[in-house]
Design a protein around this ligand. Structure first.
Ligand SMILES: [Zn+2]
Length: 262
């Protein structure tokens, strides 16, 4: 939180002094207020976010901004948390739903063997993590890590995230059979026929996003399971706001960093 009182004498009358610092009018104590929990000025925050949006590593961001690796890591962690929470509202119209597995191919992974792998609770890279996604025809995505890919795991997410009456396109996986009963116009696509599907009943958009997500995670050389929700959030956010460009993406994050500080 950015404090509006002197931390030493609790006086509320403060001067603004150079380099983003504040000085108490009463006891003359000087300090640098925190923004989103870090003692970085707005200008420095903006620079870190800019290099992060460009997709650079912590090492490069640290070199470019002359901020310690430790603070850059904290700042980027905060940015990822903001991204995780900056998700689109309820979807309507036509949406695609689909699931995939991170760290492996979808083929044959819907079997019991997968469950065993999950129970072993080893790091991402040795086990397969199911992830579920919903994509609108306007190109907005919502994605979530799930424990399993049965109806009980997926339908509650759809009913929460997609307005009843919407057209939902999926493959023929059994978890989706209950969609019509939940009040959706359900359209299914047979696997293997997707390339030939024309018109609006397709799930090509999500297939494209899964490819993007897997390439990004692979480029990182694998991500520990506990960090996977953060990285998923980051790439969903980047995908959702890809049309904004670097400057507006940076502005969007920066505004939320400031809001976060109260
Ligand atoms: Zn004071």
């Amino acid at each position: 939180m950015s404090r509006k009182i002197c931390p030493r004498c609790q006086n509320r009358k403060l001067y603004k002094v150079r380099r983003g610092k504040k000085r108490c009018k009463n006891c003359r104590y000087e300090w640098k207020p925190k923004i989103a929990g870090l003692r970085l000025t707005k200008a420095v925050w903006r620079k870190i976010l800019f290099w992060f949006v460009l997709g650079h590593s912590l090492r490069i961001i640290s070199a470019q901004t002359e901020v310690s690796h430790y603070s850059v890591e904290k700042a980027v962690g905060i940015a990822r948390n903001i991204m995780v929470q900056d998700v689109p509202g309820v979807f309507s119209g036509t949406v695609e739903v689909d699931e995939t597995y991170l760290g492996g191919q979808k083929k044959n992974k819907r079997k019991k063997q997968l469950r065993k792998e999950l129970e072993s609770r080893r790091g991402f890279g040795t086990t397969k993590q199911p992830v579920f996604g919903i994509l609108t025809r306007q190109g907005k995505i919502f994605a979530k890590l799930v424990d399993d890919t049965e109806a009980g795991d997926l339908l509650p997410i759809i009913t929460k995230k997609v307005k009843a009456g919407s057209r939902v396109c999926s493959d023929t996986w059994r978890a989706y059979t209950g969609l019509a009963a939940k009040g959706y116009v359900h359209r299914t696509i047979e696997h293997g026929e997707k390339e030939y599907v024309l018109g609006k009943n397709h799930i090509n958009g999500l297939e494209g996003f899964w490819g993007y997500l897997k390439r990004k995670l692979a480029a990182k050389g694998g991500v520990k399971r506990k960090y996977l929700p953060l990285f998923l959030g980051e790439y969903v956010w980047r995908y959702n706001y890809r049309k904004l460009g670097v400057k507006l993406q940076t502005n969007r994050l920066f505004k939320k960093v400031i809001d976060f500080s109260g």
